[in-house]
Design a protein around this ligand. Sequence first.
Ligand code: NAI
Length: 262
Amino acid sequence: MNRVDGKVALVTGAAQGIGLRTAQLLAEGGAHVILTDVNDAKGEAAAKVIPGALYLHHDVTSEDDWIRVTDSAVATFGKLDVLVNNAGIFFYRPLDTMSLEDWRTITAVNLDGVFLGTKHAVRVMKAAGADGPSRSIVNLSSIAGIVGSVLTSAYNMTKGGVRLFTKAAAQECAVLGYNIRVNSVHPGVIDTDMGDHVLKDMVEMGVFGDEEAVKARLLENHPIGRLGTVDDVAKAILFLASDDSAFMTGSELVVDGGLTSR
Ligand code: NAI
């Protein structure tokens, strides 16, 4: 079943990891996909092997970039049905040494990026009228948007912000009759470059003796007994992007192997 057949979908941070897998699954489901990223070499290479896909350079912290990519989706494909606000960064910082610049850097990508994306997606989606199947905005939060963790206060702040921003945007779009759904996705630790940082940096920061110790703790934290894969998350995003989730808005889809369930 082509669950997103004919839809036009824009995925940010799509050069690798969760964003790339999401772009692939959306395309397999029949969508026209626009991949965006700041890593042009990887982004262009990725788009080349996805049938009909387009790659655009796009820094999610830049409002000018957002205007350019959302307008270009409409100019190229005639509409925008799906936005996946996936681009994000992560770092560990102790509270007492984290600089204001660190705080602002992570806020700019993880929170300003989601705000600007939602703003400009709503602008072009709303202008197309409220008829037909609903459009969908999917925001990547995290389990870090639900529970706190050690040395990640800035990341938690951004992902918690994404979680509640999503609910408010969902309310606004539903009550004002825009026919746009807005939901968040909350992955546990996923095997990507970012997931790898989670492991390696924990050792570097001296929280654990070695990577094996971090891995053991992470596995213990995920009751299902393994870390997540990009497929686990991309399938959840695909569901929220598709009409199969037509009655879902303002919801938080947790994909964490049970981590936050206890
Ligand atoms: P990743 O680090 O593998 O990929 C992130 C992508 O975002 C990269 O291609 C990077 O170039 C791009 N990017 C970074 N800054 C950007 C900017 N200013 N503008 C545009 N693109 C930018 O990350 P991963 O693991 O695929 O994560 C994707 C999303 O999922 C992020 O929002 C992350 O916070 C979230 N997430 C990841 C988890 C994990 O364990 N990997 C767990 C929970 C949430």
